[in-house]
Design a protein around this ligand. Structure first.
Ligand SMILES: Cc1ncc(COP(=O)(O)O)c(C=O)c1O
Length: 371
């Protein structure tokens, strides 16, 4: 049996006609950058995320960068975020010239621990970037309280969390900005790179639009220096089609997660303390990843791969220990929960098309590893 980590071919097979038709329309129009397809996608994603404005950009990384640029974050500024995330979260901060300031995670959700944030706030702090890792929101209420108290901007890195909810509020709608990625492996993935910033603030939306085209406003006149963060119509067309199916796919992911929970418990692996399952502590987890914790993680990963089961480590080295961030002066031991998570976590296939038989094979194989 073969179980891929993600099966985009299976997904495409279910929506081929709609996608092909949407792509054909883009080619017929020969309108490849910005334009009506992008506008429709922006409106649909903003609405889906309970936001008034959506501004399409070239990637999730650029969504973070352009939001920071609109806020004028740069040299001398500090931005508080988690070291247990994809590189782009802190990379975008560093690209503005500002300093990423890391705060450890809550070991249950793997998200920024609000209790540790205030100690890191200084006169130079400008923003907080919580990441909604694996599809579950960070603990936003205490983070928003801190941000308001210290007059900080909140940029939600919602790249993995479109449609997820915290107290029935959608990812991206709680902070000042929400940043999404349409990287193909995301729950709402395009056919290439793409991203979007959502916001409820009309001034910020206007500035985002200007910043994504080199700060040009009116055309060929530049009061600010932006970049080329323009989204392309092909991605917008694909994302708009896929958005119509997203709730169904999310329900399937949630059902797969519940089935794993049940099967792992029934196999006795949880009670014996051999594996820890993901915990849902918010009102809606969208399971971009289903991540278990295992002490012998690397051995288990090798074993699963030998048995043709796709699995992946998100992420093997926390950002404070990355070579490129050595200049920040962090050391091993600075963020023990992030470091422990990097040693113990393993993502298993949870994609919507995963069948009962495939899920059972995954659980049986994990159980076999421990016997
Ligand atoms: C948490 C997080 N932030 C940012 C990004 C960057 O998105 P992109 O790959 O679209 O630039 C990703 C996805 O890759 C991500 O998972």
């Amino acid at each position: 049996m073969q179980v891929p980590l993600l099966d985009l071919k299976a997904q495409y097979a279910t929506i081929k006609e709609e996608i092909d038709e949407a792509v054909a329309q883009v080619f017929a129009s020969q309108y490849f950058i910005l334009g009506p397809q992008v506008k429709a996608c922006e409106e649909a994603v903003a609405k889906y995320s309970s936001c008034t404005y959506g501004v399409g950009v070239s990637s999730g990384s650029d969504a973070l960068l352009v939001a920071l640029m609109v806020e004028g974050v740069g040299v001398g500024d500090e931005v508080v975020t988690t070291p247990y995330t994809f590189f782009a979260t802190a990379g975008s901060v560093a690209r503005t010239g500002a300093t990423p300031v890391f705060v450890d995670i809550d070991p249950v959700t793997y998200n920024l621990d609000p209790a540790q944030v205030e100690d890191k706030i200084t006169d130079h702090t400008r923003a907080i970037i919580p990441v909604h890792l694996y599809g579950q929101l960070a603990d936003m209420d205490p983070l928003m309280d801190l941000a308001r108290k210290h007059d900080l901007v909140v940029i939600e890195d919602a790249a993995q969390a479109i449609g997820a909810e915290y107290d029935v509020r959608r990812a991206g709608s709680i902070g000042d900005y929400g940043c999404f990625s349409f990287f193909p492996s995301k729950n709402l993935g395009g056919a290439g790179d793409g991203g979007m910033v959502v916001t409820n603030d009309p001034m910020r939306a206007e500035k985002l639009v200007v910043m994504r085209t080199h700060g040009s406003h009116p055309k060929y006149y530049h009061k600010v220096i932006g970049g080329n963060f323009r989204p392309d119509a092909l991605q917008a067309a694909v994302v708009t089609v896929k958005l119509r199916h997203l709730d169904d796919w999310t329900r399937a992911r949630q059902a797969n997660a519940a089935r794993y929970d049940h099967l792992f418990q029934a196999a006795g692996l949880v009670d014996k303390g051999l594996i820890a399952l993901p915990r849902v502590v918010t009102s809606k987890h969208i399971f971009n990843q289903y991540v278990i914790r295992v002490a012998r993680r690397n051995e288990l990963m090798t074993f699963l791969k030998e048995k043709n089961i796709g699995c992946e480590i998100y992420y093997p080295l926390p950002l404070h220990l990355q070579e490129c961030f050595a200049y920040l002066g962090y050391q091993e031991g600075d963020f023990p929960e992030s470091e422990k998570a990097a040693q113990e976590t393993l993502a298993l296939p949870v994609y919507p098309e995963l069948t009962d038989a495939l899920a059972e094979y995954v659980v049986d194989t994990v159980a076999q590893f421990f016997t």
